[in-house]
Design a protein around this ligand. Structure first.
Ligand code: SF4
Length: 339
């Protein structure tokens, strides 16, 4: 009689439970691949574990953030997913916002309970005019509104990093966008290492680092795990996770939207690779996950949301997100905890 083979391999979720949930040690790249390869029948179990990890290592609070576009469209770079590139036939046209509008937007954002207000500009990096505009905007907001100011202005020189730190910018967003090995398929006008350099300078200057990317840009499962590991090595304070929303007129306009189950597995996989980071749901989730996805994501490892509109496409209304947090009994992180 032949005996049934003894199963020696340990289940990845059992490993993650012991390593990540109990000890707070994030999954390695190889382990993340295993998580992303799990069948749909394990999805619920995976989301539950990611939620437990987030509750244990981050707590129940959800960080709410608003973003405003100071300069929209007309960017000289060729990021293939981006409708703000001036190199594609996408419908977003260049436009600037003035300082009073910026302050008004910060006030409206603060009213939702948000603790971060991020000023975004579609540029390769800021020029003197943009830096002056940002300086005036940050000063006016800090004088009039109780909210942390974050910026996302592209690649920076050391001098610009120092200037932003001196203005009191709390957090700087600069996304690595995708795994280093996939980056040349997404952007050709600058390199992943140039982006990494800005992030290193931001960290050294004492600002919080916000760095994430977009999933569903034709990367393999292995590259998705590679990206999670590269982010873990950076140790960012916040990781915004976007899902590609293929914009007409961009080179990625015809890519398929990531299936919901795959997107949720990725959310959970990133949480298990980055147990302590603020993991934020950003653009593209409505079309990938639908309304239900917001709930599953928040119960599957996410602990921050953007309220209201995204940069170039309409998001869910702020009230819908805030109602959802109330329904899930997730308190909104208070500003005094972050100052
Ligand atoms: S992602 Fe940023 S740098 Fe790239 S094209 Fe869009 S605005 Fe420009």
């Amino acid at each position: 009689m032949t005996q049934a083979p003894v199963r020696t391999e340990v289940d990845i979720l059992a490993t993650a439970r012991e390593q990540v949930l109990e000890r707070g040690v994030g999954l390695t790249r190889e382990q993340t691949v295993q998580v992303l390869q799990l069948g749909d029948d394990r999805l619920e179990e995976l989301l539950e574990l990611a939620h437990d990890v987030r509750m244990k290592w981050c707590g129940p609070e959800v960080e709410v953030e608003g973003i405003i576009s100071l300069k929209t469209g007309g960017c000289p770079e060729d990021c293939h997913f981006c409708s703000q590139s001036g190199l594609f036939e996408s419908p977003v046209r260049a436009a600037w916002l003035d300082v009073p509008s910026l302050v008004e937007a910060a006030k409206q954002t603060a009213k939702t309970g948000a603790t971060e207000f991020c000023i975004v500009a579609a540029v390769r990096g800021p020029d003197a005019r943009l830096m002056a505009q940002v300086a005036a905007g940050v000063e006016a907001i800090r004088n009039e509104v109780e909210i942390n100011v974050a910026c996302s202005l592209g690649m920076l020189s050391q001098e610009q990093v120092d200037q932003l730190a001196a203005m009191g910018v709390h957090r700087y967003n600069h996304n690595l966008e995708t795994a280093k090995s996939h980056f040349p398929n997404v952007v050709t006008t600058h390199t992943w290492d140039e982006r990494w350099n800005t992030l290193r300078m931001v960290r050294e200057a004492g600002m919080e680092v916000c760095c994430g990317g977009i999933l569903g840009m034709g990367e393999t499962i292995e590259q998705r795990a590679e990206f999670a590991a590269q982010l873990a090595a950076l140790e960012p304070d916040e990781v915004p996770l976007n899902f590609l929303n293929p914009r007409p007129g961009t080179p990625f306009g015809d890519l398929e939207v990531l299936p919901a189950a795959e997107a949720l597995k990725a959310v959970a996989g990133f949480r298990l690779a980055l147990p302590r980071t603020i993991l934020r749901f950003a653009g593209g989730r409505e079309i990938t996950l639908g309304d239900l996805g917001a709930k599953q994501g928040i119960l599957g490892g996410i602990n921050a949301v953007i309220v209201g509109n995204y940069l170039t496409t309409l998001g869910r209304p702020a009230e819908a997100d805030l109602d959802l947090l109330g329904e899930l009994k997730m308190p909104i992180k208070a500003l005094n905890e972050t100052l």
